[in-house]
Write a protein that binds this ligand. Sequence first.
Ligand SMILES: Nc1ncnc2c1ncn2[C@@H]1O[C@H](COP(=O)(O)OP(=O)(O)OP(=O)(O)O)[C@@H](O)[C@H]1O
Length: 199
Amino acid sequence: MLEAHNITFGYQGAEPLFRDFNLTVKRGERVALSAPSGFGKTTICRILAGYLRPTAGQVLMGGAPLRVRGACPVQLVMQHPELAVDPRSRMSDVLAEAGPADDALLDRLGIAHAWLSRYPHELSGGELQRFCIARALIADPRFLIADEMTTMLDALTQASIWHALLDEADRRNLGIVFVSHSPALTSRIATRVVNLESR
Ligand SMILES: Nc1ncnc2c1ncn2[C@@H]1O[C@H](COP(=O)(O)OP(=O)(O)OP(=O)(O)O)[C@@H](O)[C@H]1O
């Protein structure tokens, strides 16, 4: 179980965005976070994946704080894949940051072998996002946080990427927390919608 327990967070010099925020997500669940723009969805995603430290409260997985060393069991996939990879690394090295790549996984995610020797700028946004998802999965997480992961992609690519990820989530009993501004996508994917405004 992934838990946000009484989380309070504000950026430096600003009022807290939220106080005593609580969320519990079980493995196998697919939880959509919903709130108006600027409410703090991305901030919560970053806190859940251990990228930001809350001012108060804790993120717990299986009852224990997220580990600081080694691969985090909560992996984050962001909206802009080009900002999530080292532009000077070949894609094979980007994947190697998380561990050895499994060819079958890359096939299921629609990653062509020929792309492995390319640099990030030699791939399309959708191709690059497939690599970011692969890297997150190679880290063998229990939970994946997808923050507007396919927002910038066309509908076909969006559907193809989510299809591959949901298939992978089923195989691994992965819990997913996601943010999307598309009601259609949310209703197709979410097993539960959490409205942050009502918290
Ligand atoms: N690094 C930062 N420093 C200061 N303020 C920030 C920082 N990042 C975000 N904010 C502010 O925190 C608030 C919440 O931002 P956040 O990106 O979490 O919202 P969001 O709900 O994901 O928005 P959107 O739906 O538009 O992506 C916004 O007012 C934003 O300006």
